[in-house]
Write a protein that binds this ligand. Structure first.
Ligand SMILES: Nc1nc2c(ncn2[C@@H]2O[C@H](COP(=O)(O)OP(=O)(O)OP(=O)(O)O)[C@@H](O)[C@H]2O)c(=O)[nH]1
Ligand SMILES: [Mg+2]
Length: 438
């Protein structure tokens, strides 16, 4: 394999340090040509950081260098890393020096692609690496870690080997019908049904991927002047929406995202709902209703200083929807109402509302078991589900060869997730979506 190099840290911004990574047979010899330190090349140990000097034709730089010996490296090849100062000029100069001394510029995702091709990780684990790099919230980080560290892979491997056992038994029944017990074939049915239920659980978790990836939409609704915009501002801790004592201040939907408990929550402050002759306000109110209808959770804010029939009407809008009821302006309360008692003006108890919202948003899958987020995995699981369901359909009356065919297809679909029998173009396509340097 030729030797590749790239900036592994963000090449667009200056930072404290930059890391330039080299992988391939010549990694060590490239380093020998450009880096010197107190230890001679033959004395240098792998996995140890050495402080020394990178020397180019026109520049020198103090830097650390670490070397990883194949196969104990990220890519499974000889790998070296230079940790230099993070200025764009110096980083590019060091990279160019490496490229002039026996390495070529790596393509997007090429380090991780080599790790996959060298058996250091499965395809789904490699996809977990990409998810980790792209993760923006703690929830996404947690989910990416599960994928990257092989949790999904281990689970799928277990299902795969169970199905392989059943397939082997079916094949034995085909070849040596009198030597295979009928009970074994019956036991296989249980194993296949269990595998199907696990695959279905995984598919079910994928329903939460929108919330994990894009955040949950939280509509704030109520009558005019209830304090919806004040509530939004208290949540974002800034004057995001205009607040006035005039009823009907907010006309359009004001959206602001905040990360709470690792999940992105997209708050939608809306126009107060009332009968209005004002053309603009009428459109705003229509948008409020739409926002409430499409939101993942509705926060219904009531005003403790007024009595309002309209609030009864709005309550009906929220029926059957995941709703958190909030009673605002408790500092000047005249008409106590149902819900969490808050004072949006001072921010009192706003955190309690967020806790309740989070409880409604965070499904068990996001909290505990992880969510399948990669489309490729979802389509492979659907394929596997279909073949397992087909296999179980009329299982008792089926000949072993038919069972074996369904199991073969189901395993094939499952295996694709980890990278078994995946065409080269698909592998290339997956890694081309990575950044250069990973
Ligand atoms: N006393 C008291 N006043 C509040 C509280 N929250 C908001 N207000 C006041 O109520 C008025 C309306 O607040 P907004 O946040 O603009 O209410 P809104 O629901 O967004 O109103 P519209 O946009 O008109 O629908 C302002 O004068 C706020 O200062 C509170 O907790 N206590
Ligand atoms: Mg408002």
């Amino acid at each position: 394999m030729d030797t590749i190099a790239a900036i592994a840290t963000n090449p667009l911004f200056s930072a404290g340090i930059s890391i330039i990574r080299i992988s391939g047979d010549n990694a060590e010899s490239v380093i020998d040509k450009i880096f010197s330190c107190s230890a001679d090349p033959q004395e240098r140990k792998p996995n140890v950081m050495y402080l020394g000097t990178v020397k180019g034709k026109n520049f020198s730089e103090k830097a650390f260098c670490v070397f990883y010996k194949a196969p104990k490296s990220y890519t499974g090849e000889d790998v070296a890393e230079i940790h230099c100062h993070g200025g764009r000029g110096v980083t590019t100069a060091v990279l160019n020096l490496i490229l002039e001394n026996g390495a070529r510029l790596a393509e997007a995702g090429e380090f991780t692609k080599r790790a996959f091709l060298n058996g250091k990780m499965s395809l789904s684990e490699a996809e977990g690496v990409a998810e980790m790099i792209n993760a923006e919230t703690e929830g996404q980080v947690k989910n990416a870690y599960r994928l990257m560290s092989g949790e999904l892979n281990t689970l799928l491997e277990k299902i795969y080997s169970d199905l392989t056992y059943c397939a082997a038994l079916s094949e034995a029944k085909m070849d040596y019908p009198e030597e295979t017990e009928d009970e074994d074939i019956g036991a296989c049915k249980q194993i296949i049904a269990k595998a199907l239920s696990k695959v279905r659980d995984l598919l079910k978790s994928s329903a939460n991927r929108k919330i994990l990836q894009n955040g949950a939409d939280i509509a704030i609704i109520g009558i005019p002047n209830a304090g919806k915009s004040s509530f939004l501002n208290a949540v974002c801790k800034e004057d995001r929406a205009i607040v006035t004592a005039l009823a009907g201040t907010t006309r359009d939907v004001v959206k602001e995202s905040v990360e709470v408990g690792g999940i992105k929550l997209n708050f939608l402050d809306t126009a107060g709902i009332r009968e209005s002759g004002d053309e603009i306000e009428k459109i705003g109110i229509e948008r409020s209703r739409k926002a409430a209808a499409n939101a993942d959770v509705v926060i219904f804010i009531t005003d403790a200083t007024v009595e309002s029939e309209k609030e009864e009407e709005i309550a009906k809008l929220t029926e059957g929807r995941p709703t958190v009821r909030v009673c605002n302006k408790t500092d000047e309360e005249k008409y106590p109402k149902e819900g969490i008692r808050i004072c949006a003006k001072t921010g009192e108890n706003v955190d309690k509302v967020l806790e309740e919202v989070l409880k409604k948003v965070k499904s068990d899958e996001i909290k505990t078991n992880g969510v399948i987020t990669v489309e490729r995995h979802i389509s492979a699981l659907r394929e596997c589900e279909k073949h397992l369901a087909d296999c179980l359909d009329g299982y008792e009356t089926k000949t072993p060869d038919l069972i074996a065919v369904d199991l073969y297809q189901a395993r094939k679909a499952l295996g694709k997730i980890g990278g078994k029998d995946v065409p080269e173009e698909t592998v290339n396509e997956i890694f081309s979506r990575f950044c250069v340097g990973k």
